[in-house]
Design a protein. Structure first.
Length: 562
């Protein structure tokens, strides 16, 4: 057996006995060509058969590709995922007919025969268990999508002018369609102590009480009336907090050079915004691609001058093969699941058609990384939510000099330019393009200055305490989102997605034996889940979905120190 560790370079050195020549062409051929480091070994078996084992991200050590060649150049590739980090890389044992041998951290081991892999492939589940559920075969599956998504994708992919039709419908029927307004609350509501920083509010607004009628997260007695801007704990879920704000209640942000004075209109000013904060000392954060979105090809936003017609996408590929995108959480992680929320924009909207970012880096398509594997290159100037291999969670503007950090990242998702950013040594401030619709890529075109349902995320710090905050803006412009995040005290904030509940879905989980109770941030999000055999099957946990998503897990003793 010969083992190679390959570094990304202009050319590749290939050993005669085991050659994995990934960059022999002028552009990448598969997603494996994008990886900064990759490890591969080939084992020769009886009858001229071979097995090639590839680690696309050895620093992470969770994904493996095993390719079987039956001796006639007919290959079968399996994408495997370890449920926990291995004590050492797996190996193929030629003395047992090519069984894959895995050794775990507690000193135990298991092996998987090629026949078992073939049987798991025939079962067809997105995650088929092997080694007693400590290893999974990832199988290709069709992700669930709503009727709205099916219709919009058909228009975009098959109807000339379909994007204009979608834009018309969005303007006519979706602006303010999800606006929330609180019911009349009691004259007084109890003050709840909190370690989270309190937002900056106008005088007297901290005493205003509202009843968020559509809030689906249980906040106990506070549900009868919440003080504006007050963080209250989610009932039965330690480390999770809920807040309700009105743009009209926040303190007027100081004038920032290059930005107009902020003045939300009457609808936007009184529309409820809901926030959920997750204590990062208690939770691990991850990211997973959907079965379909975001895609890897070119966005229609990219100008013809930015598109290389010889390449199927900005990174030279349009498919994730030979890796498999499952669109759901690994079954090994479901018992620890705390929450999920949708990830970000589809590739169609994930590039720039105007402004400085439209003229560099092939129109600056948004990048993303899952389990250390680069599916789309991270681009400078974009707001990026990252999870390092040590578990550290951050939101920051990606810079050109950050490329060397990518191998240390386990997860990353970019979503356009920042709403709020903090530069080294400075205070949080508005992103440069917050009030510029075209350069900010905030909607389909520069003249579509839409007030609509939007979601975002930010990092909130209070002393040594750090929180990941999800924000649901029931109808808002990016300018209002940014100023509300600033008023919350956020250090950095990014846009996520917009326009519909399926794009702004957040669910919180309570575990009771083998059952999972689901609380949605907004009650209407329940339509995105399914019911199977009389039991609730939550989105992202129970079945593949076509959209990407973030997830939060209870920390284990192995990760609690991060």
């Amino acid at each position: 057996m010969t083992r190679l560790r390959l570094a990304r370079a202009a050319t590749w050195t290939c050993a005669a006995s085991a050659c994995l020549c990934l960059a022999a062409t002028s552009g990448p051929r598969t997603v494996l060509d994008l990886q900064p480091w990759i490890s591969a070994s080939t084992t020769t078996l009886a009858g001229g058969r071979t097995e090639r084992l590839v680690e696309p991200a050895p620093a992470i050590g969770r994904w493996y590709l095993l390719t079987l060649d039956d001796g006639t150049a007919r290959e079968t590739t399996y994408h495997l995922e370890a449920a926990e980090p291995l004590a050492q890389p797996p190996r193929v044992d030629p003395t047992t007919g090519g069984r894959l041998v895995l050794r775990f951290g507690r000193g135990d081991s298991c092996s998987v025969a090629p026949d078992a892999l073939a049987a798991a492939r025939r079962q067809g589940g997105a995650f088929e268990p092997l080694c007693g559920g400590r290893l999974f075969l990832r199988n290709a599956a069709h992700g669930r999508r709503t009727a709205l998504e099916a219709t919009t994708e058909f228009l975009r992919d098959h109807v000339w002018g379909g994007e204009h039709i979608i834009g018309f419908v969005r303007r006519q029927f979706y602006q303010d369609a999800f606006a929330l307004h609180g019911g009349a609350g009691p004259a007084q509501a109890p003050s709840v102590p909190s370690t989270l920083p309190q937002p900056r509010l106008r005088p007297g607004m901290a005493d205003r009480v509202v009843v968020p009628l559509d809030l689906g997260i249980d906040v106990g007695a506070a549900s009868s009336g919440l003080r504006i801007g007050q963080w209250v704990p989610a009932r039965g879920r330690t480390g999770v907090f809920v807040n309700v704000l009105l743009p009209a209640a926040i303190e007027g942000a100081p004038r920032v050079t290059g930005h107009p004075a902020w003045a939300p209109d009457a609808v936007e000013a009184e529309a409820l915004d809901l926030f959920v904060a997750f204590d990062l000392s208690r939770f691990d954060v991850g990211f997973a691609l959907g079965t379909e979105h975001p895609r890897l090809g070119w966005s229609d936003h990219a100008a013809p001058a930015m598109v290389d017609a010889a390449r199927p996408g900005p990174d030279g590929l349009a498919s994730a093969a030979p890796l498999v995108r499952t669109g759901m959480l690994s079954p090994a992680d479901v018992p620890r699941a705390v929450a999920t929320f949708t990830g970000g924009f589809k590739r169609e909207h994930g590039a720039f058609r105007q402004g400085p970012l439209a003229t560099v880096n092939h129109a600056s398509h948004y990048g993303f990384i899952e389990q250390g594997v680069v599916f789309s290159t991270l681009q400078p100037g974009l707001s990026t939510l990252t999870v390092a291999n040590d578990g550290q969670v951050d939101i920051r503007t990606w810079r050109a000099g950050d490329a060397g950090r990518a191998p240390a990242l386990r997860f990353a998702r970019q979503n356009g330019v920042p709403l709020v950013e903090t530069r080294a040594g400075g205070a949080p401030t508005l992103g440069a393009f917050v009030d510029q619709w075209g350069p900010g890529n905030w909607s389909g075109s520069a003249d579509e200055q839409l007030r609509t349902l939007r979601a975002g995320a930010c990092i909130l710090e209070s002393g040594a305490d750090r929180y990941l905050v999800y924000g649901y803006f029931s109808t808002a412009t990016p300018g209002t989102m940014a100023r509300v995040f600033l008023a919350l005290g956020c250090r950095d904030a990014m846009h996520l997605d917009m326009n519909a509940l399926e794009h702004t879905y957040l669910a919180l989980y309570q575990h009771a034996g083998d059952r999972i109770a689901v609380q949605h941030l907004v009650q209407g999000m329940a339509v995105l889940d399914q019911e199977v055999g009389g039991r609730l099957a939550p989105r992202f946990l129970a079945f593949p979905d076509d959209r990407d998503f973030f997830y939060l897990l209870e920390k284990t003793p192995a990760t609690a120190g991060h």
